[in-house]
Design a protein around this ligand. Sequence first.
Ligand code: ADP
Ligand code: MG
Length: 509
Amino acid sequence: MGKLGLGIAVGCAVASCAIAAMMVGRRVKSRRRWWNVVRALDEFEEAASTPVERLRQVVDAMAVEMHAGLASEGGSKLKMLLTFVDNLPDGSENGIYYALHVGGTNFRILRIQLGGQRSILGHDVERKPIPQLLMTSTSEEFFDFIALSLKEFVERKGDSLQLSQVRGKDLGFTFSFPVKQTSVSSGTLIKWTKGFAIEDMVEKDVVECLQKALSRRGLDMNVTALVNDSVGTLAVGHFLDKDTVAAVVIGTGTNACYLERADAVIKCQGLLTTSGGMVINMEWGNFWSSHLPRTSYDIDLDAESQNPNDQGFEKMISGMYLGDIVRRVIHRLSLESDVFGPLSSKLSARFVLSTPLMAAMHEDESPDLSEVSRILEENLDIRDVPLKVRKIMVKVCDVVTRRAARLVAAGIVGILKKIGRDGTGGVTSGRIKGYKVGKMRRTVVAVEGGLYTSYTRFREYLNEAVAEILGEEIAPYVILKVMEDGSGIGAAMLAASNSARSVDTVQVL
Ligand code: ADP
Ligand code: MG
């Protein structure tokens, strides 16, 4: 071989070494990027984990906060509001009643016909989305829209009932925002949640606003019950099953209420009710405890929200936020690595990934996760990602949903603990060894809301966690019952039970 030949051979060897080194380098880099993703995902999973011991700490914290909220005004982040509902419907109610439901993405109008003996003879519901603009308009515009919609409903459904025939009819009003109730049919708005911001309504009496709008539209109806969605759900639950003692709503937002002994409401000394009980609206979306598994994504979501430092529990568990937590995690993973392809600007947009889309990805059962692909492409501009990356997407949805569902379960058991229905000795003592299961009473919790009813994995995780926390001896006594449209129907039932009964049975001395 001449010098030239040797030179070429050496050159070729050097070049191929360089190419090989580059390829190895790239592979190492891409592996490193992949490991970055795996590491970030592991960290997230760890921070969001909810082992049963942690859930039990949340149970205890919930029960303790409930106590504190009942002991004094402002004693806890849980407002523990009096609802002035002291008697729940018992199934004997009769007649036609209307209800309005305002509280989230959809506004609902209902008409029910009750036939006594726990029977619902007729049930009409109409849903209307609330125009985005009205959510931040004036109270007059907002209530005019509601009154007009009710009028149109009455006219449309008025085969046998004309406008004049609804004169004097009782109307239940479910208004699912924090309200300081002054009687069963009046109350002032404390603050907006769930993206609503009609500033001139804060501290106004919501029934007065509605009643005025009804008059403007020529509708002569009486708002005889103002309730929160959870109270409505409890009412219908109790109408159908007398063992129902609490209700939880898990939709766009979340809340819970339960039947408390009047004498346990320490902040309201001398509270007298005919039944000796009082439904307490917990406003549990605002619950907070250091035991909640909070991640950096939750901190960012809160800081960028319309209501920072507020509704901390709600921001970890309700439908308004779950999709956005997933979006935040994927955004971070995309910054860490290019496994999701070039960084999509969509990933910086808040709420671009809704919870129903997240659920559709989570529940994609196709072998190649084609639904995940489609949603990534159509909603996040993320294209052609390999199967292992689509699997990461499903994993993130799973972590977020599992945590949310298990925290709700802990919250529910917290309520049961407060009222002595969890098989332990109550708030102060721990689980009692040899506790007699024979003492346990059948306990029903009514559940309502799109997250629970439409997101199967969420529901399964929640039910599973309630049983896990309670243990196999106690769990069979606790039943979660779905109440579809419960909040609206319940408001109509409360309108019925409150018009039939004397309303002034509740006194605060
Ligand atoms: P609202 O809470 O607004 O009164 P719903 O109880 O119907 O109304 O709950 C609607 C919420 O439930 C939506 O905002 C969404 O977050 C969630 N949701 C509805 N359908 C699904 C679904 N298929 N999968 C997951 N979440 C859903
Ligand atoms: Mg609702």
